[in-house]
Ligand binder design. Structure first.
Ligand SMILES: Cc1ncc(C[n+]2csc(CCOP(=O)(O)OP(=O)(O)O)c2C)c(N)n1
Length: 245
């Protein structure tokens, strides 16, 4: 919350915002705005795990748009050759920026690409929390046992536009109106009783506790002083000559 509110106590000292959350101590190496880079950074992290003989597994998240970037293919190839402990996790949400899936992907399933590198690829229902969990768990077990990478494609749906105020003219009017019917959280709540044996009361209690944690984090962050403007240029390694002209 401090990072979202641009406060100095944020993970990236308030300079990254929502797109650059990193918490290295928790194993979150950092999101970045360069499409596809999670895979390049991910195989580096996976190589370090392998060299140090640690039991961790990397999960590199990316979209179907990123799956066509050069770095995706280089990273998957190297991960396959070195049998790196990494899961390539594609959130295939039907749109890349303003482009529908079929305009830039030549296959029905991104997961089919894994066979080109010789490791398993799997398509899961990304709206089903439990299916995703099972699939990731199996891939992590394989990676820990030295079996190398897995490509998981989770089919899901992007509610929002690419940017605030995106009129989403690349969707049909019906889709713009009814798209929110795809809701993995609502679906999980409807199924969790059957699968995990939770009562509606216990589920409401869990939700209430989570809400309270989020609320208190937001209140805490809201009350912090803003990072001083004088600190804005700290950790900047290159500046345009025009900035000082
Ligand atoms: C290397 C690079 N090229 C282009 C962009 C501009 N850009 C930002 S998001 C995006 C589309 C990404 O699509 P996808 O990977 O499907 O992710 P999603 O939109 O679903 O989050 C593009 C092209 C960028 N940030 N980085």
């Amino acid at each position: 919350m401090a990072e979202l509110f641009a406060k100095a106590q944020g993970y990236s000292r308030g300079r990254g915002g929502s797109m650059h959350i990193a918490d290295v101590a928790a194993g979150v190496l950092g999101a970045n705005g360069i499409v596809g880079q999670s895979m390049g950074l991910g195989i580096g992290a996976a190589l370090s795990i392998q060299v140090q003989n640690r039991p961790n597994v990397v999960v590199a998240f990316f979209g179907e748009g990123a799956s066509g970037a050069g770095i995706a293919h280089e990273a998957m190839n190297m991960a396959a050759i070195w049998k790196l402990p990494i899961i390539f996790f594609c959130e295939a949400n039907r749109y890349a920026e303003l482009s529908p899936f079929s305009t830039h992907v030549s296959l029905e399933h991104i997961s089919d690409r894994a066979s080109a590198y010789g490791f398993p690829g799997e398509t899961v229902d990304g709206e089903d929390v439990f299916a995703v969990y099972r699939s990731v768990r199996a891939a992590a077990e394989r990676a820990r046992a030295g079996g190398g990478p897995t490509l998981i494609e989770a089919k899901t749906y992007r509610w929002h536009g690419h940017y605030e105020g995106d009129p989403q003219f690349y969707k049909t009017a019906d889709e713009r109106k009814n798209g929110q019917a795809f809701d993995p959280i609502a679906r999980m709540k409807a199924n969790v009783g059957v699968i995990a044996g939770l009562t509606p009361e216990r589920l409401a209690e869990i939700e209430g506790n989570a809400d309270a944690v989020i609320r208190s984090a937001a209140d805490w962050a809201d009350g912090l002083q803003s990072a001083p403007a004088s600190a804005m240029h700290e950790d900047v390694y290159a500046e345009s000559a025009h900035a000082t002209a």
